[in-house]
Write a protein that binds this ligand. Sequence first.
Ligand SMILES: [Zn+2]
Length: 195
Amino acid sequence: MADGKTHATGTRTLAMFLFIGQAANGIYRGYPLQTVFFSSLALSVGALGGLFLTPDLDVDAGSDSEEEVRDISPLGENLWWIYWFPYRKLIPHRSPLSHWPVIGTLGRLLYLSIAYWMALAAAYFLSPALFGFLRQAGIGLLEFLYFYIALVGLASTDTLHFLMDQRIFHKIFRQRRWVPQQQTWWSKAFARNQG
Ligand SMILES: [Zn+2]
């Protein structure tokens, strides 16, 4: 219900608070500064990942996620749109599979990992060197502590998204931007990211 812009603002604000909160917590507990810095960074970068891996990737007409990718690469935007096409079509908008906290986050990570498995399978037949590299990169990521801290950040963003989609959120904040969803077929087809 909150639109894409509102969600993006929420995500950026959350990332900032997570960084400050984690840094204050780490310093208070007397952890080494380097650890404090990198864990705060991982947490907030993970949270910002929610700008791309948003629950609204399930919106049929596309989501603000593509616009975030366009800022980096216009070609990437198209590839990103195509990549998530089956996800959009398979999962109804605001289904528990895409929007419930933790479940939605894990589902998108699994879906994203399909690209990795496909590359790994192709490399198996084409190039042993590339296969070894990809395999090692995958294992390295799973053994990287900060990866899991970033996942906590990402899950936090998705949980915030879930809360912002609730009706109560609009009652509390009385968003000016929020308009009730129109039910005509063309507004459904062309409205970009109605939360
Ligand atoms: Zn949503």
